[in-house]
Design a protein around this ligand. Structure first.
Ligand code: NDP
Ligand code: 8X3
Length: 263
């Protein structure tokens, strides 16, 4: 098993949901975590918690859509934080479920700039160091939406299909180096994702998680840490994780379990 004690892990989108759970999970196995996102006040609260539990953490205010800010921030990390061993590309969002021909181009930009270009900028800045140090692991948070379409998913799904393509492409480009590449593709996870998708409409967001036991962010963080702690020869390339009550991006079971043998 690959030990992460004192290893540096960078998590984007660390201020909430899956990213925050990844920060806590990596800190709990002794990794030193760089937590990046835009909302510094949330990162600072998280940092206080991690430090109180004896962990080491560096908070970075960074918008992954801003290429120069990404290059500046990650290109000039303090020396003692610069050897990133594991990169978790998690920052991402969906906006709306409108039909493509009725969609808002500004929201397409937001999704593609964050989920695709942001992931590229961060990866481009961090991976060369992994190659030169002779080890590293890039873990992308994709989605079942990167494997299947659903009505109104158009641009969000395209962004997650792109994450899948970039994961596979990077895996090919890194052949011959010891750097590992993984995509972890969740189904429904209860986070702030739907509040963001429905532009602050909490009632509509709550319906996504109604009568279904969604995954928790910690379920995904478990898988991320598990992938990062396999023996160095093992690359978990792709993992799909859904709630038991979900069979595909579009097929969810809500309400009590079926009991087919009941008389
Ligand atoms: P949350 O909304 O809870 O968290 C999203 C995180 O991304 C926040 O920390 C947010 O931080 C950060 N983020 C968003 N935009 C930017 C940006 N421009 N720059 C830096 N950070 C940014 O959602 P989730 O935890 O659910 O989402 C995390 C990832 O998981 C996303 O990639 C999402 O697509 C994916 N996913 C989620 C699923 C779900 O059902 N929840 C299922 C499958 C995949 P801040 O606003 O502070 O910048
Ligand atoms: C987020 C989950 O199913 O709404 O990737 O696309 S879904």
């Amino acid at each position: 098993m690959q030990q992460l004690k004192n290893k540096i892990v960078l998590v984007t989108g660390a201020s909430a949901g899956i990213g925050e759970a990844c920060v806590r999970a990596f800190a709990s196995v002794g990794a030193r975590v760089i937590a990046a996102a835009r909302r510094m006040e949330r990162l600072e609260a998280l940092a206080r918690d991690v430090r109180q539990s004896g962990g080491e953490i560096l908070s970075l205010g960074m918008d992954v859509r801003d290429r120069q800010a990404v290059e500046r921030t990650l290109g000039r990390l303090p020396e003692e934080w610069s050897s990133v061993e594991v990169l978790v590309n998690n920052a991402g969002l969906g906006r709306g479920l409108e039909k493509l021909h009725e969609g808002d181009p500004a929201e397409w930009d937001e999704m593609l700039d964050t989920n695709v270009k942001g992931l590229l900028y961060v990866t481009r800045t961090i991976v060369p160091g992994m190659i030169s140090r002779g080890h590293g692991h890039v873990i992308n948070i994709g989605s079942v939406a990167g494997r299947e379409l659903y009505p109104g998913g158009n641009v969000y799904c395209a962004s997650k299909f792109a994450v899948k393509a970039l994961t596979r492409g990077l895996k090919m480009d890194l052949l011959g180096t010891p750097v590992r590449v993984t995509t972890i593709d969740p189904g429904i996870v209860e986070t702030g994702f739907s509040v963001v998708r429905f532009r602050g409409d909490k009632a509509r967001a709550a319906k996504v998680y109604e009568d279904i036991e969604a995954l928790k962010p910690t379920d995904i963080a478990d898988a991320v840490v598990w992938s990062a702690t396999r023996p160095e020869r093992v690359d978990v390339t792709e993992m799909v994780i859904m709630p038991v009550a979900q069979s595909s991006a579009m097929l969810n079971h809500r309400g009590p379990w079926l009991q087919q043998n009941k008389k």
